[in-house]
Design a protein around this ligand. Structure first.
Ligand SMILES: [Ca+2]
Ligand SMILES: [Ca+2]
Ligand SMILES: [Ca+2]
Ligand SMILES: [Ca+2]
Length: 262
């Protein structure tokens, strides 16, 4: 029987940080906190919003400007100086959108191995029921939706009629078939001629779910993993079943998982 040498293979393959593209465990949203461009001040005029496609005057405001959220209002602890806001001129609905390419990790996605966490601070002003919503639309290679995930901001009652933004978040698995994610941050106006739905500190973070038979941690399970497994096994360092030794039982355990695709 082979003896255990060094840490187990099982432990070593639990480390997924070697995967680089697109990055896991980092926020994939461009200009996620409205800090990259100019501010309109109190949200009364449109300004360019880097990284986002703008529809119907959605714009950027500054904390502490007249009539909007302040530096001490309920909201993100990482709020910076600026935030997104619905904008002027009586539009009932305005929005910001951007599309993120995650096709480089298609193999892992299609194995159902890519988890996501999306979060945003969403809110509005005082007793006005203007509000914000962040939608993630998961698109396949043709651009057709294969799933959605929404973060719905509070009503004015949900905010106790206090100006500010509340955290909304959710987790899930990227639907197999997904190649791009379109984020749509929309603002709806219920009161006054300005759309005061607002948002800040948005995030979309992907994570790679554990997969023991992806020995080389490249996101897929294929013949390369067999090669790496036997290389480790030959070095007495493939305690796949975690019983303290490297032997034929580990080969059986490895191929049982490999056949399952994870
Ligand atoms: Ca900000
Ligand atoms: Ca309003
Ligand atoms: Ca692999
Ligand atoms: Ca073993």
């Amino acid at each position: 029987m082979k003896t255990l040498v060094g840490t187990s293979l099982f432990l070593s393959i639990g480390v997924c940080s070697a995967i680089a593209d697109p990055p896991f465990d980092t926020n994939l949203i461009q200009n996620p906190s409205a800090e990259s461009g100019p501010s309109s001040g109190s949200g009364g005029v449109p300004v360019p919003v880097p990284g986002w496609n703008v529809i119907n005057n959605a714009t950027v405001a500054s904390y502490g400007a007249q009539g909007v959220a302040g530096t001490q209002s309920p909201g993100s602890p990482n709020r910076g100086n600026q935030f997104f806001i619905g904008g002027p001129d009586g539009q009932t609905l305005s929005s910001l959108s951007q599309t993120i390419d995650i096709s480089p990790i298609a193999e892992a996605i299609d194995l159902g191995r890519v988890g996501f966490r999306m979060a945003a601070y969403l809110g509005g002003v005082a007793g006005q029921d203007d509000s914000a919503l962040l939608a993630a639309v998961f698109n396949d290679t043709n651009g057709d939706s294969v799933g959605t995930g929404n973060l719905i901001g509070p009503t004015n009652f949900g905010r106790n009629n206090i100006t500010g933004m509340l955290l909304r978040q959710r987790t899930g698995t990227i639907p197999p078939g997904t190649r791009t994610v379109t984020l749509v941050l929309s603002f709806s106006r219920a009161a006054t001629t300005t759309n005061d739905g607002c948002a800040d500190d948005l995030s979309l973070v992907l994570s790679l779910n554990p997969c023991p038979s992806d020995v080389n941690t490249d996101g897929g399970v294929d013949g390369d993993d067999v090669i790496v497994f036997f290389s480790e096994w030959d070095a007495n360092n493939a305690d796949f079943n975690q019983d303290g030794g490297t032997d034929g039982d580990d080969v059986i355990a490895f191929f049982a998982r490999w056949d399952e695709g994870c």
